[in-house]
Design a protein. Structure first.
Length: 144
């Protein structure tokens, strides 16, 4: 476990995190992996949308219609993630949170993780923190 401090305007919050995906309970390990796969294959940014369009155009020009249909679905999900403000990598990070201010996180549903991330964001968590900590966990486990 690792503890980080988040500094909000009027308070400091302590976040206790799993340092390795191998410390996660089995069901959280599966959710963590699923969110990382979604981020890697679908994405959640406008740059990812552009990559999907480029690949879709390429597949269509090559007459690979079945693969183009799959790519179109990924594009759809990517756009949906953007519209919903959904970041699979942030939800993966949420799976790593063990406790906030000494209180163990109990609600591990997607809605619960979103609420946790909103709370952490208000407490000073940034996208940079999320990416840095995810990169560290993936490096510790040999995941790239």
């Amino acid at each position: 476990m690792r503890t980080i401090s988040l500094v909000a305007p009027y308070a400091t919050h302590e976040v206790k995190l799993y340092q390795s995906i191998f410390e996660l309970p089995a069901d959280e390990h599966a959710a963590f992996q699923r969110y990382l796969l979604q981020e890697a294959h679908i994405g959640s940014t406008l740059a990812d949308v552009q990559q999907h369009f480029a690949k879709l155009d390429q597949l269509l020009s090559e007459g690979r219609l079945e693969e183009a249909g799959d790519e179109r679905a990924l594009l759809h999900y990517n756009l949906q993630f953007i519209l919903e403000g959904f970041s699979p990598s942030s939800l993966a990070f949420g799976c790593l949170v063990y406790a906030l201010d000494g209180e163990r996180i109990q609600d591990r549903t997607e809605e619960g993780l979103r609420a946790l991330l909103t709370n952490l964001s208000l407490s000073g968590l940034t996208a940079g923190h999320v990416q840095e900590l995810l990169d560290e966990v993936k490096k510790n486990c040999g995941v790239n």
